[in-house]
Write a protein that binds this ligand. Structure first.
Ligand code: ATP
Ligand code: MG
Length: 498
Protein backbone atom coordinates (compact mmCIF):
# COMPACT_ATOMS: atom_id res chain seq x y z
CA UNK A 1 0.00 0.00 0.00
CA UNK A 2 1.26 3.46 -0.78
CA UNK A 3 2.30 5.50 2.21
CA UNK A 4 1.41 9.18 2.45
CA UNK A 5 4.08 11.65 3.65
CA UNK A 6 2.00 12.22 6.81
CA UNK A 7 1.76 8.53 7.67
CA UNK A 8 5.48 8.06 7.04
CA UNK A 9 6.25 11.04 9.29
CA UNK A 10 3.92 9.67 11.94
CA UNK A 11 5.66 6.29 11.64
CA UNK A 12 9.05 7.95 12.13
CA UNK A 13 7.82 9.93 15.12
CA UNK A 14 6.43 6.76 16.68
CA UNK A 15 9.69 4.89 16.04
CA UNK A 16 11.58 7.81 17.56
CA UNK A 17 9.32 7.81 20.63
CA UNK A 18 9.71 4.04 20.99
CA UNK A 19 13.44 4.39 20.69
CA UNK A 20 13.54 7.23 23.22
CA UNK A 21 11.37 5.23 25.62
CA UNK A 22 13.44 2.06 25.29
CA UNK A 23 16.70 4.03 25.42
CA UNK A 24 15.59 5.95 28.52
CA UNK A 25 14.37 2.69 30.05
CA UNK A 26 17.54 0.74 29.17
CA UNK A 27 19.98 3.41 30.30
CA UNK A 28 17.78 4.26 33.30
CA UNK A 29 18.27 0.68 34.47
CA UNK A 30 21.99 0.84 33.76
CA UNK A 31 22.34 4.09 35.71
CA UNK A 32 20.34 2.71 38.64
CA UNK A 33 22.56 -0.38 38.52
CA UNK A 34 25.64 1.84 38.63
CA UNK A 35 24.28 3.59 41.73
CA UNK A 36 23.32 0.28 43.35
CA UNK A 37 26.82 -1.02 42.60
CA UNK A 38 28.35 2.06 44.16
CA UNK A 39 26.34 1.59 47.34
CA UNK A 40 26.94 -2.16 47.39
CA UNK A 41 30.71 -1.84 47.04
CA UNK A 42 30.71 0.95 49.61
CA UNK A 43 28.59 -1.05 52.02
CA UNK A 44 30.65 -4.19 51.52
CA UNK A 45 33.85 -2.14 51.96
CA UNK A 46 32.50 -0.76 55.21
CA UNK A 47 31.35 -4.18 56.40
CA UNK A 48 34.71 -5.65 55.47
CA UNK A 49 36.52 -2.91 57.35
CA UNK A 50 34.30 -3.48 60.40
CA UNK A 51 34.92 -7.22 60.21
CA UNK A 52 38.68 -6.86 59.72
CA UNK A 53 38.84 -4.22 62.47
CA UNK A 54 36.87 -6.42 64.83
CA UNK A 55 39.08 -9.44 64.16
CA UNK A 56 42.26 -7.38 64.58
CA UNK A 57 40.85 -5.90 67.79
CA UNK A 58 40.06 -9.37 69.10
CA UNK A 59 43.59 -10.58 68.35
CA UNK A 60 45.07 -7.53 70.03
CA UNK A 61 42.81 -7.85 73.07
CA UNK A 62 43.66 -11.52 73.42
CA UNK A 63 47.32 -10.63 73.45
CA UNK A 64 46.80 -7.78 75.93
CA UNK A 65 44.55 -9.95 78.10
CA UNK A 66 47.16 -12.73 78.16
CA UNK A 67 49.73 -10.23 79.25
CA UNK A 68 47.37 -8.72 81.85
CA UNK A 69 46.57 -12.19 83.25
CA UNK A 70 50.25 -12.99 83.65
CA UNK A 71 50.85 -9.64 85.27
CA UNK A 72 47.91 -10.10 87.66
CA UNK A 73 49.17 -13.57 88.63
CA UNK A 74 52.63 -12.18 89.12
CA UNK A 75 51.38 -9.37 91.36
CA UNK A 76 49.24 -11.91 93.25
CA UNK A 77 52.27 -14.14 93.87
CA UNK A 78 54.55 -11.24 94.76
CA UNK A 79 51.98 -9.90 97.22
CA UNK A 80 51.53 -13.36 98.71
CA UNK A 81 55.21 -14.18 98.97
CA UNK A 82 56.77 -10.82 99.58
CA UNK A 83 54.02 -9.20 101.60
CA UNK A 84 51.36 -11.54 103.04
CA UNK A 85 53.63 -14.28 104.43
CA UNK A 86 56.35 -11.96 105.84
CA UNK A 87 53.68 -9.65 107.34
CA UNK A 88 51.80 -12.51 108.96
CA UNK A 89 55.09 -13.82 110.38
CA UNK A 90 56.13 -10.41 111.64
CA UNK A 91 52.82 -8.93 112.80
CA UNK A 92 50.58 -11.96 113.29
CA UNK A 93 47.79 -10.40 111.19
CA UNK A 94 47.45 -8.21 108.14
CA UNK A 95 46.24 -4.69 108.74
CA UNK A 96 46.96 -2.13 106.07
CA UNK A 97 46.01 0.65 108.45
CA UNK A 98 49.42 0.17 109.90
CA UNK A 99 51.75 2.37 107.88
CA UNK A 100 54.59 -0.16 108.04
CA UNK A 101 52.40 -2.87 106.48
CA UNK A 102 51.02 -0.44 103.89
CA UNK A 103 54.52 0.70 102.96
CA UNK A 104 55.62 -2.91 102.51
CA UNK A 105 52.65 -3.71 100.24
CA UNK A 106 53.16 -0.49 98.31
CA UNK A 107 56.79 -1.35 97.71
CA UNK A 108 55.94 -4.92 96.68
CA UNK A 109 53.29 -3.77 94.18
CA UNK A 110 55.41 -0.99 92.74
CA UNK A 111 58.33 -3.38 92.25
CA UNK A 112 56.02 -5.84 90.45
CA UNK A 113 54.61 -3.27 87.99
CA UNK A 114 57.72 -1.16 87.63
CA UNK A 115 58.06 0.16 84.08
CA UNK A 116 54.89 -1.59 82.88
CA UNK A 117 52.63 1.40 82.20
CA UNK A 118 49.98 0.33 84.71
CA UNK A 119 47.34 2.79 85.88
CA UNK A 120 44.86 2.92 88.75
CA UNK A 121 45.99 -0.23 90.50
CA UNK A 122 43.65 -1.00 93.39
CA UNK A 123 43.06 -3.85 95.78
CA UNK A 124 39.54 -4.29 97.13
CA UNK A 125 38.57 -6.24 100.25
CA UNK A 126 35.47 -8.44 100.67
CA UNK A 127 33.32 -5.40 101.34
CA UNK A 128 34.36 -3.90 97.96
CA UNK A 129 36.29 -1.20 99.78
CA UNK A 130 39.67 -0.03 98.45
CA UNK A 131 42.34 -1.33 100.81
CA UNK A 132 45.25 -0.43 98.61
CA UNK A 133 45.57 2.00 95.66
CA UNK A 134 48.43 3.60 93.78
CA UNK A 135 46.44 6.74 94.53
CA UNK A 136 46.40 6.90 98.33
CA UNK A 137 43.36 9.20 98.43
CA UNK A 138 41.13 6.34 97.26
CA UNK A 139 41.87 4.12 100.27
CA UNK A 140 38.82 3.28 102.31
CA UNK A 141 36.39 4.35 99.58
CA UNK A 142 33.90 1.95 98.04
CA UNK A 143 32.83 4.18 95.17
CA UNK A 144 35.25 2.33 92.90
CA UNK A 145 33.41 -0.93 93.31
CA UNK A 146 31.98 -2.07 89.95
CA UNK A 147 30.02 -5.03 88.56
CA UNK A 148 33.41 -6.48 87.55
CA UNK A 149 34.84 -6.28 91.11
CA UNK A 150 31.66 -7.85 92.48
CA UNK A 151 31.72 -10.58 89.84
CA UNK A 152 35.43 -11.23 90.42
CA UNK A 153 34.70 -11.97 94.07
CA UNK A 154 32.79 -15.07 92.98
CA UNK A 155 35.05 -15.94 90.08
CA UNK A 156 38.41 -17.61 89.78
CA UNK A 157 39.36 -16.11 86.43
CA UNK A 158 40.18 -12.54 85.54
CA UNK A 159 37.55 -10.23 84.06
CA UNK A 160 38.46 -7.76 81.32
CA UNK A 161 36.78 -4.48 80.37
CA UNK A 162 37.64 -1.73 77.95
CA UNK A 163 37.34 1.83 79.27
CA UNK A 164 37.33 4.35 76.45
CA UNK A 165 36.79 8.09 76.36
CA UNK A 166 35.31 7.85 72.79
CA UNK A 167 33.35 5.12 70.94
CA UNK A 168 35.54 2.99 68.70
CA UNK A 169 33.77 4.05 65.45
CA UNK A 170 34.37 7.69 66.36
CA UNK A 171 38.08 6.99 66.70
CA UNK A 172 38.18 6.17 62.97
CA UNK A 173 37.34 9.78 62.13
CA UNK A 174 39.81 11.28 64.61
CA UNK A 175 43.14 12.11 63.01
CA UNK A 176 45.14 11.72 66.25
CA UNK A 177 44.09 9.54 69.17
CA UNK A 178 45.00 11.10 72.52
CA UNK A 179 46.98 8.93 74.95
CA UNK A 180 44.58 7.34 77.44
CA UNK A 181 41.67 7.09 74.97
CA UNK A 182 41.50 3.32 75.47
CA UNK A 183 42.28 1.34 78.65
CA UNK A 184 42.12 -2.38 79.26
CA UNK A 185 40.84 -2.83 82.82
CA UNK A 186 41.69 -6.17 84.44
CA UNK A 187 39.82 -7.31 87.54
CA UNK A 188 41.51 -10.28 89.15
CA UNK A 189 40.47 -12.40 92.14
CA UNK A 190 43.58 -12.68 94.34
CA UNK A 191 44.08 -16.06 96.01
CA UNK A 192 46.27 -17.15 98.84
CA UNK A 193 47.74 -20.25 97.28
CA UNK A 194 47.45 -19.14 93.72
CA UNK A 195 50.20 -20.49 91.54
CA UNK A 196 52.60 -21.34 94.31
CA UNK A 197 52.99 -24.51 92.40
CA UNK A 198 51.29 -25.48 89.15
CA UNK A 199 49.55 -28.41 90.82
CA UNK A 200 48.01 -26.27 93.57
CA UNK A 201 44.26 -25.84 93.52
CA UNK A 202 42.92 -22.33 93.35
CA UNK A 203 41.74 -21.11 96.75
CA UNK A 204 39.04 -18.58 97.55
CA UNK A 205 39.51 -14.94 96.52
CA UNK A 206 40.85 -13.06 99.46
CA UNK A 207 40.72 -9.73 97.72
CA UNK A 208 40.23 -8.24 94.28
CA UNK A 209 43.01 -6.74 92.26
CA UNK A 210 42.16 -4.16 89.61
CA UNK A 211 44.44 -2.27 87.24
CA UNK A 212 44.30 -0.61 83.84
CA UNK A 213 46.72 -0.57 80.90
CA UNK A 214 46.73 2.13 78.25
CA UNK A 215 46.16 0.32 74.93
CA UNK A 216 45.57 3.49 72.85
CA UNK A 217 48.70 2.96 70.78
CA UNK A 218 47.70 -0.56 69.69
CA UNK A 219 44.13 0.58 69.05
CA UNK A 220 45.56 3.41 66.92
CA UNK A 221 47.22 0.82 64.64
CA UNK A 222 43.85 -0.93 64.16
CA UNK A 223 42.06 2.37 63.58
CA UNK A 224 44.60 3.34 60.90
CA UNK A 225 44.18 -0.07 59.30
CA UNK A 226 40.41 0.33 59.25
CA UNK A 227 40.77 3.80 57.77
CA UNK A 228 42.89 2.30 55.00
CA UNK A 229 40.29 -0.40 54.23
CA UNK A 230 37.45 2.17 54.14
CA UNK A 231 39.56 4.52 51.99
CA UNK A 232 40.40 1.77 49.51
CA UNK A 233 36.75 0.68 49.35
CA UNK A 234 35.65 4.28 48.81
CA UNK A 235 38.19 5.00 46.07
CA UNK A 236 37.71 1.69 44.24
CA UNK A 237 33.90 1.94 44.29
CA UNK A 238 33.99 5.55 43.10
CA UNK A 239 36.37 4.61 40.30
CA UNK A 240 34.14 1.70 39.36
CA UNK A 241 31.14 3.99 39.39
CA UNK A 242 32.81 6.60 37.17
CA UNK A 243 33.97 3.86 34.82
CA UNK A 244 30.44 2.50 34.58
CA UNK A 245 29.02 5.93 33.89
CA UNK A 246 31.58 6.50 31.15
CA UNK A 247 30.67 3.15 29.60
CA UNK A 248 26.96 3.99 29.77
CA UNK A 249 27.56 7.39 28.20
CA UNK A 250 29.59 5.82 25.39
CA UNK A 251 27.01 3.13 24.80
CA UNK A 252 24.30 5.77 24.78
CA UNK A 253 26.22 7.76 22.19
CA UNK A 254 26.95 4.71 20.03
CA UNK A 255 23.30 3.69 20.20
CA UNK A 256 22.03 7.10 19.24
CA UNK A 257 24.47 7.28 16.29
CA UNK A 258 23.33 3.84 15.15
CA UNK A 259 19.73 4.85 15.58
CA UNK A 260 20.21 7.98 13.52
CA UNK A 261 21.82 5.95 10.76
CA UNK A 262 18.98 3.46 10.90
CA UNK A 263 16.48 6.29 10.88
CA UNK A 264 18.13 7.81 7.83
CA UNK A 265 18.04 4.48 6.03
CA UNK A 266 14.41 3.97 7.00
CA UNK A 267 13.49 7.41 5.74
CA UNK A 268 15.27 6.77 2.47
CA UNK A 269 13.57 3.41 2.19
CA UNK A 270 10.13 4.89 2.79
CA UNK A 271 10.83 7.67 0.37
CA UNK A 272 12.04 5.26 -2.26
CA UNK A 273 9.01 3.02 -1.82
CA UNK A 274 6.76 6.03 -2.13
CA UNK A 275 8.52 7.37 -5.17
CA UNK A 276 8.74 4.06 -6.92
CA UNK A 277 5.02 3.40 -6.70
CA UNK A 278 4.12 6.99 -7.41
CA UNK A 279 6.65 7.15 -10.23
CA UNK A 280 5.19 4.10 -11.93
CA UNK A 281 1.69 5.58 -12.04
CA UNK A 282 2.69 9.08 -13.03
CA UNK A 283 5.25 7.88 -15.55
CA UNK A 284 2.61 5.99 -17.45
CA UNK A 285 0.29 9.01 -17.37
CA UNK A 286 3.12 11.33 -18.45
CA UNK A 287 3.97 9.00 -21.28
CA UNK A 288 0.39 9.10 -22.47
CA UNK A 289 0.33 12.91 -22.27
CA UNK A 290 3.60 13.44 -24.13
CA UNK A 291 2.35 12.30 -27.55
CA UNK A 292 -0.89 14.36 -27.65
CA UNK A 293 1.12 17.30 -26.29
CA UNK A 294 3.56 16.95 -29.16
CA UNK A 295 0.65 17.00 -31.63
CA UNK A 296 -0.84 20.11 -29.94
CA UNK A 297 2.51 21.91 -30.10
CA UNK A 298 3.13 21.13 -33.77
CA UNK A 299 -0.46 22.11 -34.60
CA UNK A 300 0.07 25.48 -32.87
CA UNK A 301 3.32 25.96 -34.79
CA UNK A 302 1.39 25.18 -37.99
CA UNK A 303 -1.38 27.64 -37.10
CA UNK A 304 1.17 30.35 -36.36
CA UNK A 305 2.49 29.99 -39.90
CA UNK A 306 -1.01 30.21 -41.44
CA UNK A 307 -2.88 33.48 -42.20
CA UNK A 308 -5.00 32.96 -39.06
CA UNK A 309 -1.81 33.16 -37.03
CA UNK A 310 -0.95 36.55 -38.47
CA UNK A 311 -3.76 38.23 -36.58
CA UNK A 312 -1.94 39.88 -33.61
CA UNK A 313 -4.47 38.81 -30.93
CA UNK A 314 -4.69 35.24 -32.22
CA UNK A 315 -0.88 35.12 -32.57
CA UNK A 316 -0.54 36.25 -28.93
CA UNK A 317 -2.83 33.46 -27.71
CA UNK A 318 -1.21 30.88 -29.95
CA UNK A 319 2.29 31.89 -28.74
CA UNK A 320 1.18 31.64 -25.09
CA UNK A 321 -0.29 28.18 -25.81
CA UNK A 322 2.92 27.19 -27.57
CA UNK A 323 5.10 28.38 -24.66
CA UNK A 324 2.96 26.62 -22.08
CA UNK A 325 2.90 23.37 -24.07
CA UNK A 326 6.69 23.62 -24.33
CA UNK A 327 6.98 24.12 -20.54
CA UNK A 328 4.57 21.25 -19.93
CA UNK A 329 6.51 18.93 -22.18
CA UNK A 330 9.78 19.98 -20.43
CA UNK A 331 8.16 19.16 -17.07
CA UNK A 332 7.04 15.79 -18.39
CA UNK A 333 10.55 15.04 -19.67
CA UNK A 334 12.01 16.10 -16.32
CA UNK A 335 9.59 13.93 -14.49
CA UNK A 336 10.21 10.94 -16.71
CA UNK A 337 13.95 11.44 -16.22
CA UNK A 338 13.39 11.44 -12.50
CA UNK A 339 10.90 8.60 -12.41
CA UNK A 340 12.80 6.39 -14.84
CA UNK A 341 16.42 7.44 -14.44
CA UNK A 342 18.75 6.52 -17.22
CA UNK A 343 21.60 4.12 -16.55
CA UNK A 344 24.68 6.38 -16.64
CA UNK A 345 27.34 5.73 -19.22
CA UNK A 346 30.81 4.99 -17.89
CA UNK A 347 32.91 7.58 -19.67
CA UNK A 348 36.23 8.70 -18.26
CA UNK A 349 35.57 12.41 -17.91
CA UNK A 350 36.99 15.48 -16.24
CA UNK A 351 34.23 17.19 -14.24
CA UNK A 352 36.05 20.50 -14.71
CA UNK A 353 35.42 20.31 -18.45
CA UNK A 354 31.74 19.64 -17.78
CA UNK A 355 31.54 22.65 -15.44
CA UNK A 356 33.32 24.87 -17.97
CA UNK A 357 30.80 23.89 -20.66
CA UNK A 358 27.96 24.93 -18.35
CA UNK A 359 29.58 28.28 -17.54
CA UNK A 360 30.04 28.96 -21.24
CA UNK A 361 26.41 28.10 -21.89
CA UNK A 362 24.99 30.23 -19.10
CA UNK A 363 27.36 33.19 -19.48
CA UNK A 364 24.57 35.46 -20.83
CA UNK A 365 22.48 34.67 -17.74
CA UNK A 366 25.44 35.29 -15.43
CA UNK A 367 25.85 38.67 -17.01
CA UNK A 368 22.14 39.40 -16.92
CA UNK A 369 21.76 38.53 -13.21
CA UNK A 370 25.14 39.95 -12.13
CA UNK A 371 26.45 36.63 -10.86
CA UNK A 372 30.21 36.00 -10.66
CA UNK A 373 31.72 32.56 -10.70
CA UNK A 374 34.88 32.02 -8.62
CA UNK A 375 36.65 28.80 -9.50
CA UNK A 376 39.20 26.70 -7.72
CA UNK A 377 40.29 23.61 -9.66
CA UNK A 378 43.12 21.13 -9.30
CA UNK A 379 45.65 21.41 -12.15
CA UNK A 380 45.55 17.74 -12.98
CA UNK A 381 41.77 17.82 -13.46
CA UNK A 382 39.17 15.79 -11.54
CA UNK A 383 38.43 12.57 -13.31
CA UNK A 384 35.45 10.33 -12.79
CA UNK A 385 33.74 7.47 -14.57
CA UNK A 386 30.32 8.72 -15.49
CA UNK A 387 27.80 10.10 -17.90
CA UNK A 388 28.82 13.50 -19.20
CA UNK A 389 25.26 14.54 -20.12
CA UNK A 390 23.77 13.46 -16.81
CA UNK A 391 26.52 15.16 -14.77
CA UNK A 392 26.11 18.27 -16.93
CA UNK A 393 22.45 18.27 -16.01
CA UNK A 394 23.10 17.76 -12.31
CA UNK A 395 25.65 20.60 -12.04
CA UNK A 396 23.49 22.80 -14.24
CA UNK A 397 20.44 22.38 -11.96
CA UNK A 398 22.49 23.34 -8.92
CA UNK A 399 24.01 26.41 -10.57
CA UNK A 400 20.65 27.56 -11.94
CA UNK A 401 19.11 27.22 -8.48
CA UNK A 402 21.83 29.44 -7.03
CA UNK A 403 21.36 32.05 -9.77
CA UNK A 404 17.60 32.00 -9.16
CA UNK A 405 18.09 32.53 -5.42
CA UNK A 406 20.49 35.47 -5.83
CA UNK A 407 17.96 37.95 -7.11
CA UNK A 408 20.26 40.95 -6.67
CA UNK A 409 23.33 39.23 -8.03
CA UNK A 410 26.12 37.52 -6.09
CA UNK A 411 28.93 35.03 -6.27
CA UNK A 412 29.10 31.28 -6.73
CA UNK A 413 32.33 29.69 -5.51
CA UNK A 414 32.97 26.44 -7.30
CA UNK A 415 35.71 24.35 -5.70
CA UNK A 416 36.82 21.05 -7.14
CA UNK A 417 39.28 18.83 -5.32
CA UNK A 418 40.25 15.21 -5.59
CA UNK A 419 42.33 12.56 -3.90
CA UNK A 420 42.96 8.93 -4.82
CA UNK A 421 39.44 7.94 -3.79
CA UNK A 422 37.00 10.83 -4.20
CA UNK A 423 36.28 13.84 -6.32
CA UNK A 424 34.70 16.64 -4.35
CA UNK A 425 32.66 19.34 -6.14
CA UNK A 426 31.47 22.16 -3.89
CA UNK A 427 29.16 25.05 -4.79
CA UNK A 428 28.94 27.92 -2.29
CA UNK A 429 26.58 30.74 -3.24
CA UNK A 430 25.97 34.10 -1.59
CA UNK A 431 22.19 33.72 -1.66
CA UNK A 432 19.82 33.45 1.33
CA UNK A 433 20.69 29.81 2.10
CA UNK A 434 18.17 27.05 2.91
CA UNK A 435 15.40 27.60 5.42
CA UNK A 436 14.81 24.72 7.85
CA UNK A 437 11.62 23.70 6.06
CA UNK A 438 13.34 23.71 2.66
CA UNK A 439 16.25 21.66 4.03
CA UNK A 440 13.86 18.95 5.21
CA UNK A 441 12.11 18.67 1.82
CA UNK A 442 14.84 19.46 -0.68
CA UNK A 443 14.80 15.99 -2.18
CA UNK A 444 11.01 15.56 -2.22
CA UNK A 445 9.80 15.60 -5.83
CA UNK A 446 7.59 18.59 -6.67
CA UNK A 447 8.73 20.46 -3.59
CA UNK A 448 9.34 24.02 -4.73
CA UNK A 449 9.17 27.54 -3.35
CA UNK A 450 9.11 29.05 -6.84
CA UNK A 451 6.03 30.02 -8.88
CA UNK A 452 7.55 28.62 -12.03
CA UNK A 453 9.45 25.71 -10.48
CA UNK A 454 8.55 22.06 -10.81
CA UNK A 455 10.47 20.96 -7.73
CA UNK A 456 12.17 18.22 -9.73
CA UNK A 457 15.58 19.86 -10.10
CA UNK A 458 17.28 18.57 -6.95
CA UNK A 459 15.54 15.15 -6.91
CA UNK A 460 16.95 14.63 -10.43
CA UNK A 461 20.40 15.79 -9.24
CA UNK A 462 20.19 13.37 -6.33
CA UNK A 463 19.15 10.50 -8.57
CA UNK A 464 22.02 11.23 -11.01
CA UNK A 465 24.60 11.49 -8.21
CA UNK A 466 23.34 8.24 -6.62
CA UNK A 467 23.46 6.43 -9.97
CA UNK A 468 27.16 7.46 -10.12
CA UNK A 469 27.82 5.92 -6.70
CA UNK A 470 28.23 9.37 -5.16
CA UNK A 471 26.52 11.43 -2.51
CA UNK A 472 25.18 14.95 -2.16
CA UNK A 473 25.00 17.18 0.93
CA UNK A 474 23.20 20.43 1.54
CA UNK A 475 24.04 22.87 4.30
CA UNK A 476 24.07 26.52 5.13
CA UNK A 477 27.23 28.57 5.11
CA UNK A 478 27.72 30.15 8.58
CA UNK A 479 28.63 33.35 6.70
CA UNK A 480 25.38 33.14 4.70
CA UNK A 481 24.38 31.33 1.53
CA UNK A 482 24.00 27.70 0.57
CA UNK A 483 26.66 25.01 0.32
CA UNK A 484 26.01 22.05 -1.96
CA UNK A 485 28.63 19.33 -2.02
CA UNK A 486 28.77 16.45 -4.46
CA UNK A 487 31.19 13.63 -3.79
CA UNK A 488 31.87 11.16 -6.61
CA UNK A 489 34.16 8.14 -6.70
CA UNK A 490 37.37 8.93 -8.51
CA UNK A 491 37.52 7.54 -12.07
CA UNK A 492 39.43 4.48 -13.07
CA UNK A 493 41.14 4.94 -16.38
CA UNK A 494 40.73 1.24 -17.23
CA UNK A 495 37.01 1.68 -17.39
CA UNK A 496 37.36 4.46 -19.90
CA UNK A 497 35.01 3.80 -22.74
CA UNK A 498 35.35 6.99 -24.66
N1 ATP B 1 21.05 27.47 -3.73
C1 ATP B 1 19.85 27.51 -3.10
N2 ATP B 1 19.64 28.44 -2.12
C2 ATP B 1 18.47 28.48 -1.46
N3 ATP B 1 17.43 27.66 -1.71
C3 ATP B 1 17.56 26.74 -2.67
C4 ATP B 1 18.79 26.60 -3.43
N4 ATP B 1 18.65 25.59 -4.28
C5 ATP B 1 17.39 25.11 -4.12
N5 ATP B 1 16.74 25.81 -3.15
C6 ATP B 1 15.36 25.57 -2.70
O1 ATP B 1 15.03 24.24 -2.95
C7 ATP B 1 13.82 24.14 -3.65
C8 ATP B 1 13.83 22.92 -4.53
O2 ATP B 1 14.79 23.07 -5.56
P1 ATP B 1 14.61 22.27 -6.91
O3 ATP B 1 15.75 22.60 -7.79
O4 ATP B 1 14.40 20.85 -6.57
O5 ATP B 1 13.26 22.79 -7.44
P2 ATP B 1 12.98 24.23 -8.08
O6 ATP B 1 14.26 24.92 -8.37
O7 ATP B 1 12.04 24.90 -7.17
O8 ATP B 1 12.24 23.84 -9.38
P3 ATP B 1 12.93 23.26 -10.71
O9 ATP B 1 14.35 23.10 -10.44
O10 ATP B 1 12.26 21.97 -10.94
O11 ATP B 1 12.64 24.29 -11.73
C9 ATP B 1 13.73 25.45 -4.38
O12 ATP B 1 12.39 25.77 -4.67
C10 ATP B 1 14.36 26.41 -3.40
O13 ATP B 1 13.40 26.85 -2.45
MG1 MG C 1 15.78 24.01 -9.49
Amino acid sequence: MQQTPESSKKHQELTQENYKDSKDYGFGIAKSLAWILLFLTLASGLLLSVFIGQSARDVLLKKEQGFASLLAENINQDVYRKFSIPTLLAFGRISLRQPAQYERLDETVKTSVDGLNIHNLRIFDHAQKVTYSTNKAEIGSNVFSSPATQQAQLSTTPIFNIDSSIPFWQAIFQPNLKQGSFYLRTTYPMQIENKVSSSDKEGPAISILEFSQDITEDMGVIVRFQRLVIGVALISSTLLFILLLVFIKRAEHALSVRFQERQKLLTELHQNERFVSMGRVVASIAHEIRNPLGIIRSTIELLLKRPIGQDPTTAKFLTAMHDESLRLSQTISDFLDYAKPKQPKQQYIDVILVLEQIFAFISPDLLKYSVDIMKQYPVKGAWVNGDKDLLYRAFYNIIVNSIQEMKNGGVINVTVSSDDKKVNIRFIDSGPGFSQDVLEHLLDPFYTTKDEGTGLGLPIVNSIVSSHGGEINFMNNPEGGAIITIILPVGDIDENSL
